[in-house]
Ligand binder design. Structure first.
Ligand SMILES: Cc1ncc(COP(=O)(O)O)c(C=O)c1O
Length: 490
C-alpha cells in the first residue's frame, strides 16, 4: 500500500514531511478523483524555494512535470529501460484509470554491485564436506598441511605457514625478525592500517615512507633519503615493510638494493598482491618474508585467513612455533616464550585449497576487468590508472582511478555517493597512515620536498568494483554511470 500520497491542494510543507517519512524520498500527488497528477522530489521543492516559493504555498505552485509511469503489466526490462532513458531511479506503476498502485525502484531490478565480494568455485564445498566427513573439524589437519604445500608450489617459495589473518602473519614477521620495543620499522604510508599495526603490537616505532607517483607504492627516493639520514644518526630500522598496494608490485629492484646495502630485512605486505609477478616470480618472493591475506575481499579467500611465506624455512618454523602458543617439544605442556593462537583451521584451509586452484583464473578476470575499465574511460581527460612497476605484472586486485581535480573539480566522495544511489559500491583510496590519528605522531618521509603522493592520492582517487564474478553487463553499467556522473559533476 502506498503511504506517500498527497492531494493537489496540500502545502509544500506537507510534501516535505511526506518525503521525509517515505522510503523512496518522493511523494505522489493525486487529483481529487485519485488520478496521478505528478511526483514531487525534494529537489523540486528546493528549486521552488530558491525561486521564492514558501513552505505554506500549495504544491500546485511547483513547475509542472510529467510523471514517468508504467502499467501494471509492464515487464522488468521495460521498466529498467524507462529508468535508464529518463535517468531516474523510481517508476510509478499505475492502473488503467491512472491511479498509482505501487512503486518500482532501480535497486529492485538491478542487483547491487559490490567492491570485491568473495567468488567461490566448486571444490571449496567438497573440501569442507570432506573435513566434516573425516571429522577434521580442528585447528590442524590434512587440508592445512596440503594448503601450505600448494601455496609453496604456487608461489615458488620454500615455506608457507597458514594463519588466521594477514595481520597475524605480519605480526609473526615482526617477532621472527626480533623487532623489539623502541626499534624503528619503516612501512609504506599508503596502505591499510593492518600493515603498520603489528609494529605497535611490539612497541616498536613506525616510520612512514611516502609513495612514488605512477605505481603509488613505496618511493625508492624517499626510502634512500631516509636510510641515509638514519644511518648518519645511528638509528637504522630493524625492518622495512613494503606494501604492494591494490595488488600492484612496488619497485622491488631498487628497494631491495637499498635494503641489501644497509643490511635490513624486508617484509613484503603482499596481502593484496597474491598472483602478481615481479621479474617473473611471485609477489612476496623478493624480501625476507611476505604476508598474504585471505580476507573475504581479497583475490582469493578463506573467509578470513592469511599466510606467512619465505625462502628461509627456519624463520617459518619459528613462526609456526609462535603461532601455536609456543609449545616446546615436550609431552607435558611447556612454554618459554610469549606466543599466540594464530593457526588457520583445517576447515578454512579446505576453502583455501579450492580457491588456490582458481587463482590463475581470478587474476585473469581482474586484469580483464581493469582493461575494460581503461578502454571504457580512456577518452575522458584527467583520469589516470595505477601503473605497473618495471618488469612486473600486478594482479589488478582493485582498479583504482585517479581523478585530476583540475579537470573535474570534485571530490571522489561525490562520485562514490552518486554511484551508491545506483547500487554501485565504490570506496575511497586508503587513507595514508600519516593522516591517521593513530600514526600521525610518527615520522614521515615524503617523496620529495614538494610532493606528498600518498596524501594527494587519498584526495583524488576512487576504487571501482573489481570482483572477479562481476558480469560484463554490470561493468558496462558502472562505466556508463561513471561517465555520466563525471560529466555532470565536472
Ligand atoms: C595492505 C593490507 N595489509 C594487511 C591486510 C590485513 O589482512 P587481514 O585482513 O587478513 O588481517 C590487508 C587486508 O585486509 C591489507 O589490505
Amino acid at each position: 500500500m502506498l503511504t506517500n500520497l498527497l492531494k493537489t491542494t496540500a502545502s509544500i510543507s506537507e510534501a516535505l514531511n511526506t518525503i521525509n517519512d517515505s522510503d523512496n524520498k518522493i511523494c505522489l500527488v493525486t487529483e481529487p478523483d485519485g488520478r496521478l497528477a505528478r511526483v514531487v522530489t525534494d529537489g523540486d521543492i528546493r528549486r521552488a524555494l530558491i525561486d521564492g516559493a514558501t513552505t505554506e504555498d500549495a504544491i500546485s505552485v511547483l513547475p509542472p512535470t510529467d510523471p514517468v509511469t508504467c502499467g501494471v503489466k509492464a515487464g522488468e526490462a521495460d521498466i529498467l529501460s524507462l529508468m535508464i532513458s529518463n535517468d531516474i531511479n523510481i517508476v510509478v506503476v499505475v492502473n488503467e484509470a491512472n491511479h498509482p498502485v505501487s512503486l518500482v525502484s532501480r535497486s529492485m531490478l538491478e542487483p547491487n554491485v559490490l567492491l570485491s565480494p568473495p567468488h567461490m568455485g566448486e571444490r571449496e564445498r567438497i573440501y569442507v564436506g570432506n573435513a566434516f566427513e573425516e571429522n577434521w573439524v580442528a585447528p590442524a589437519g590434512p587440508h592445512l598441511a596440503k594448503f601450505e604445500h600448494e601455496l609453496e608450489k604456487v608461489t615458488g617459495l620454500e615455506a608457507a605457514l597458514a594463519v588466521s589473518s594477514g595481520t597475524a602473519a605480519l605480526h609473526l614477521a615482526m617477532r621472527v625478525l626480533n623487532v623489539k620495543a623502541g626499534d624503528r620499522v619503516y612501512v609504506s604510508d599508503l596502505t591499510f592500517a593492518a600493515s603498520a599495526q603489528p609494529i605497535l603490537y611490539e612497541n616498536a616505532v613506525p616510520v612512514l615512507i611516502d609513495s612514488e607517483p605512477g605505481t603509488w607504492n613505496m618511493s625508492p627516493e624517499a626510502l634512500a633519503r631516509k636510510l641515509e639520514k638514519d644511518k648518519t644518526l645511528g638509528v637504522l630500522p630493524a625492518a622495512i615493510i613494503v606494501v604492494h598496494i591494490y595488488g600492484q608490485c612496488a619497485n622491488m629492484e631498487r628497494i631491495c638494493e637499498l635494503a641489501d646495502f644497509y643490511g635490513i630485512p624486508i617484509v613484503e605486505d603482499a596481502a593484496e598482491s597474491l598472483g602478481a609477478t615481479y621479474r617473473n616470480s611471485s609477489s612476496g618472493a623478493h624480501g625476507t618474508l611476505a604476508a598474504f591475506s585471505f580476507n573475504g575481499n581479497k583475490i582469493i579467500t578463506t573467509g578470513g585467513g592469511g599466510a606467512l611465506v619465505s625462502n628461509n624455512r627456519e624463520l617459518i618454523e619459528l613462526a609456526r612455533y609462535l603461532s601455536t602458543q609456543g609449545r616446546d617439544a615436550a609431552l607435558h605442556y611447556q612454554h618459554e616464550k610469549v606466543a599466540y593462537n594464530y593457526r588457520m583451521s583445517n576447515i578454512l584451509a579446505g576453502i583455501g585449497r579450492g580457491q588456490l586452484a582458481l587463482l590463475g583464473e581470478r587474476v585473469e578476470a581482474r586484469r580483464h576487468i581493469f582493461d575494460r575499465y581503461r578502454n571504457g574511460l580512456k577518452d575522458i581527460p584527467g583520469i589516470r590508472f595505477q601503473e605497473n612497476s618495471p618488469n612486473s605484472q600486478g594482479n589488478r586486485w582493485l582498479t583504482v582511478v585517479d581523478l585530476d581535480p583540475d579537470e573535474f573539480g570534485l571530490h571522489p566522495y561525490q562520485v562514490i555517493k552518486k554511484l551508491g544511489q545506483h547500487g554501485i559500491e565504490c570506496r575511497p583510496a586508503w587513507k595514508p597512515m600519516h593522516l591517521q590519528p593513530l600514526f600521525r605522531r610518527y615520522e614521515i618521509e615524503f617523496h620529495s620536498e614538494h610532493e606528498y603522493i600518498a596524501g594527494e592520492h587519498f584526495l583524488r582517487s576512487l576504487c571501482l568494483p573489481s570482483g572477479s564474478s562481476m558480469t560484463e553487463d554490470a561493468q558496462d553499467r558502472i562505466i556508463g554511470q561513471l561517465r555520466k556522473t563525471l560529466k555532470r559533476l565536472a
